[in-house]
Design a protein around this ligand. Structure first.
Ligand SMILES: O=C[C@H](O)[C@H](O)[C@H](O)COP(=O)(O)O
Length: 228
């Protein structure tokens, strides 16, 4: 049996083959993406990276990976990112590392999105992983109450000093402990209607390819991507 870290690494090692010299590549956030960044640096790939968090920018700087501002590139060829949970429809939950806002902006501006996960993250229905919702600090207490009244089991995410964690965008994160999300589309639409919600971690119809690292790697490809 291989470890979860080894599975993440395997997925990242497959994903790096989708990158070619000269590409503009969206670079996700998290421990799985860390393996990807190491592989990009090791192979000396000449890419222009568009990062999804301060953390990823910092790692790129330390590994010598060139980074460009999202507003200074005219397209993003492919974005490779991790995910916290994926379902059989290739939808997912992201934001466990509080980077969901920039991740969604980069993903939505990419020609192709590839996710790299280990096989422990694949479930029939989303919701095992608490759903992160990024909110404006002002009035976040009202949103907590509203979500609680609706039975969404919200918890404000805290740091080790018991202070609300603050995202790169200056917002808070409320995690919804739902266990099972029967209708992700409905929940996404409800959250998008709430004033004070900046973004949520439901990434529906975003991934074109999911590389699942495990004893045997699995590659899933979306056949018909819905366009907006
Ligand atoms: O906010 C963080 C991101 O959505 C990550 O991609 C996600 O949490 C997966 O991270 P990891 O690869 O560390 O499990």
């Amino acid at each position: 049996m291989i470890t979860q870290d080894e599975k993440k690494k395997r997925a990242a090692e497959v994903a790096v083959n989708y990158i070619k010299d000269g590409m503009v590549v969206g670079l996700g956030t998290g421990s799985t993406v860390m393996y990807l960044l190491e592989a990009i640096a090791r192979q000396g790939l000449k890419i222009s990276g568009v990062t999804t968090s301060k953390k990823t920018s910092k790692i790129c700087a330390s590994l010598g990976i060139k980074v460009n501002d999202i507003d200074n590139v005219d397209h993003i060829d492919v974005t490779i990112d991790g995910a916290d949970e994926v379902d059989v429809y290739m939808n997912g939950i992201k934001g466990g590392g509080a980077a969901l806002l920039m991740e969604k902006i980069v993903a939505k501006n990419s020609k192709r999105n590839i996710w790299i996960v280990d096989d422990t993250k694949v479930h029939d229905i989303l919701g095992t992983f608490p759903l992160p919702v990024e909110v404006v600090p002002y009035g976040s207490g009202r949103l907590l109450k509203k979500f609680n009244d609706k039975g969404l089991k919200p918890i404000l995410r805290m740091d080790k000093n018991k202070l609300p964690i603050v995202t790169d965008g200056g917002h808070y994160i409320i995690d919804l402990h739902l266990n099972a999300i029967d209708n992700p589309q409905n929940l996404a639409e409800y959250l998008e209607r709430q004033v004070g919600v900046v973004e949520h971690g439901l990434f529906l119809d975003v991934a074109d390819v999911i590389i699942i690292g495990g004893d045997k790697n699995i590659i899933k490809e979306r056949k018909n991507r819905m366009t907006e």
